[in-house]
Design a protein around this ligand. Structure first.
Ligand code: TYM
Length: 380
């Protein structure tokens, strides 16, 4: 199965799984439909307020603006937290490119906020084995990319006393492997085909991979971190493309005597060229990378960020920008912290009083600052 990121699929239904994200007819992803299809819950205002209350800090911008929009059992995690029980966070990255792009940063930035707000441990899995198999990389190249990506992840600034980053090639074994075998025994070939769409042409490496991503959801996979705390709950922040792995995990967990992991899931940060899905690692101009220079960020935004502005200034003043398709505005809605400023742009740009060039200029400032701070933290 090839991952087609950000591509439309003609008239076919939308497809969202770990390898393919494509909207129906090249349009936008229908997230409401996805919630129904996957059987997760929407994050509503009362849940955001509850997190605000429990953590005594303002909810992260990704929560306030509905970037993280779906969950599974988040209320149960918060009930337990309220009773004084801790949990741990689990997230990950499949190292398929030299550097992370801004989309990849989203779950990591959000995880950092959750770790700080709840003061909980975190495990980060680097699935170098997954990318070796799916992207046809050598073992050595996948390991090298995992090390490179680990630097970008560390630069997010997690609490070093509470964070464990591991690569599968280095860590799988012992208690972790025992859990993989327990999971594997509960999932039939038919089941895995149903969840992931494997075909007879896929090699058995792929078919046998899902337990590797499943078992960090169980504290007993990390005896050196959580020895004796086998009931510790797990919360997984990720984009919704990873949901199939954890549907499988949640199905198996009670059958092997473990708690189901809870999830908090985000929508996709769109490609520069428009909002049809995820960004493509094979097209460097479709995304901004954390290693891009200020000049590259400026050029990419000016040249490639799809504008919802009108063709001529006169028409723009008359009709205003179409914010539904405008990428500079969409990017600002992820990364501009200031709610009042964003609202002002929505009004002014939407009414045609502000021009695309001005919005792009602000976006360049915001993203250059973000990437510079990221690089700065990485050098500490
Ligand atoms: P990967 O490397 O494809 O993506 C890393 C994380 O980034 C999310 N993501 C995005 N989020 C918002 N907008 C985007 N455009 C975007 N593109 C990717 C992914 O959902 C993921 O959270 N198999 C996994 C690695 C993994 C993992 C995990 C991820 C292992 N264990 C546990 C999350 C939780 C992968 O290849 O992710």
């Amino acid at each position: 199965m090839e991952k087609r990121e950000g591509e439309g699929e003609g008239e076919e239904e939308q497809v969202v799984n770990p390898w393919t994200v494509s909207a129906k007819g090249g349009g936008k992803i229908d997230y409401d439909k996805l919630i129904d299809q996957f059987g997760c819950q929407r994050i509503d205002q009362s849940l955001v307020d509850r997190i605000h209350r429990l953590t005594s800090r303002s909810p992260h911008v990704f929560l306030r603006r509905g970037v993280f929009f779906a969950h599974r059992d988040l209320n149960e995690i918060l009930d337990a937290y309220e009773r004084g029980e801790k949990f741990y966070l689990y997230t990950g990255r499949g190292p398929s490119s030299e550097a992370l792009h801004l989309g990849h940063l989203i779950p990591f930035m959000f995880t950092k906020y959750l770790q700080e707000a709840f003061k909980v441990p975190l495990v980060i899995q680097l699935t170098d084995d997954e990318k070796c198999m799916w992207k046809n990389l050598t073992v050595e190249e996948s390991q090298r990319l995992a090390r490179e990506n680990a630097k970008d992840i560390i630069a997010c600034g997690f609490d070093v006393t509470r964070t464990f980053i591991f690569s599968d090639f280095d860590y799988v074994g012992g208690a972790f492997y025992k859990n993989m075998v327990k999971v594997g025994k509960c999932v039939t070939y038919n089941k895995v085909v149903g969840i992931f769409g494997f075909t007879g042409e896929d090699h058995i490496g792929k078919v046998s991979f899902p337990p590797v991503q499943a078992v960090p959801s169980f504290p007993s996979s990390f005896p050196h971190l959580f020895g004796g705390q086998d009931n510790l709950r797990c919360l997984i922040p990720c984009a919704i493309d990873q949901d199939p792995y954890f549907r499988m995990t949640r199905d198996v967990a009670p059958r092997i005597g473990y708690q189901k992991p809870a999830l908090i899931e985000s929508s996709f940060f769109p490609a520069m060229q428009g909002e049809t899905g995820k960004m493509s690692a094979s097209d460097p101009n479709s995304a901004i990378y954390v290693t891009d220079s200020a000049k590259e960020i400026k050029n990419k935004i000016n040249r490639y960020a799809f504008s919802g502005g009108q063709d001529s200034i006169e028409k723009h003043r008359e009709l205003g920008a179409n914010l539904e398709v405008d990428i500079p505005f969409k990017y600002l809605s992820f990364f501009l912290d200031d709610d009042a400023k964003l609202e002002e742009i929505r009004k002014e740009y939407g009414a045609g009083r502000m021009l695309t060039g001005e919005v792009k200029q602000l976006l360049i400032q915001v993203l250059t600052g973000l990437v510079e701070r990221h690089v700065g933290l990485g050098l500490l």
